[in-house]
Design a binder for this molecule. Structure first.
Ligand code: MN
Length: 316
């Protein structure tokens, strides 16, 4: 997806850096995009910019599209990040400047590595469900990998394990001995937790990671705390286990990683490690072939970047 925020200020993103467990619950900001699509933005937030390398998190829907409504996000660029898309209901069609065209369905992963630069579109496929519910994450690339060649991976079969009535699927990184085949560039975990019936779930965590949870369906609690929907629940660091109480048919996303070594800048759809990198990416989107062309996109349009004034100071 594209960052359609009307707040055009650059955001300085730094991970929480916590080494102690805690619970900080921050509500998302819900907004309506085109085609009646509602999203809730859980990261970045004023009080919390990153969880490990995770720098952007949108909860998409749940929404039921009318017969004449289609998701259609025109080609737009990304740099220095990976986008991870996870559907809970419905499908999305990804097309990119490397020539990939891929429908993603629930339980699968689309992982796009922008590195030096890529452009992509996201649409409802022609033969699509009316229900749309999913999550899109951005993962910042560390300095040593920010300019790597762009890449795209679709993974239909991900490592999964049952813990009693709970089912855990690891889509990136590693959790409790399960490792996703997705290519990532810093230590992290991204997993979905699903409860078939009401149950308690205990997971082994890496204490050097900071973690966060979001509830996408049902109801869950951590100790005596109920975890609200459409909120990011930052758990801090230093946890080697996590025990959750889950109602039947609950779904949660668990993300984590080692605190990111350095702050990154986010402006529009770009992650950068300096003011100059962001301005160069903007210049190149408007005046060069750096981001290629999404040849499979039917219309001769693409997203225009917002204005970045010369005087706006992007701080790192
Ligand atoms: Mn995008």
């Amino acid at each position: 997806m594209s960052n359609l925020s009307d707040n055009n200020d650059p955001v300085r993103c730094q991970s929480e850096g916590s080494t102690q467990p805690h619970l900080l619950s921050l509500p998302g900001r819900r907004s309506v995009l085109g085609a009646g699509l509602t999203i809730s933005r859980l990261l970045p937030q004023t009080q919390l910019r990153m969880i490990g390398p995770w720098c952007f998190l949108d909860h998409i829907g749940p929404v039921t599209l009318g017969d004449d409504q289609m998701i259609d996000v025109a080609p737009h660029p990304h740099t220095a990040l990976q986008t991870a898309t996870w559907m809970i209901e419905g499908e999305l069609l990804h097309k990119d400047s490397l020539g990939y065209e891929q429908v993603i369905r629930p339980g699968q992963l689309n992982l796009m590595t922008a590195g030096h630069g890529i452009s992509h579109s996201e649409q409802s496929p022609k033969d699509r469900s009316t229900a749309v519910h999913g999550v899109q994450f951005w993962i910042a690339l560390p300095a040593a990998h920010k300019d790597i060649a762009p890449a795209f991976q679709h993974i239909a079969e991900l490592p999964q394990r049952h813990y009693g009535a709970a089912r855990v699927t690891v889509f990136v990184g590693e959790l409790d001995g399960m490792r996703s085949p997705a290519t990532v560039h810093s230590p992290m975990v991204g997993a979905e937790l699903f409860a078939e019936t009401e149950c308690s779930l205990t997971l082994t965590l890496q204490p050097e990671f900071e973690h966060a949870l979001m509830v996408t369906a049902g109801a869950a609690s951590l100790g005596t705390e109920t975890l609200a929907m459409d909120a990011l629940h930052a758990l801090g660091g230093g946890r080697d286990t996590l025990t959750l109480s889950l109602a039947a048919n609950s779904r949660l996303m668990l993300i984590g990683g080692t605190p990111f070594a350095h702050p990154v800048l986010m402006w529009w759809n770009f992650v950068g490690h300096s003011d100059a990198e962001i301005r160069q990416a903007l210049h190149d989107w408007e005046h060069s072939e750096r981001f290629g062309t999404v040849s499979a996109y039917e219309k001769n349009t693409r997203l225009q970047a917002p204005v970045l004034n010369d005087g706006t100071r992007l701080r790192q």
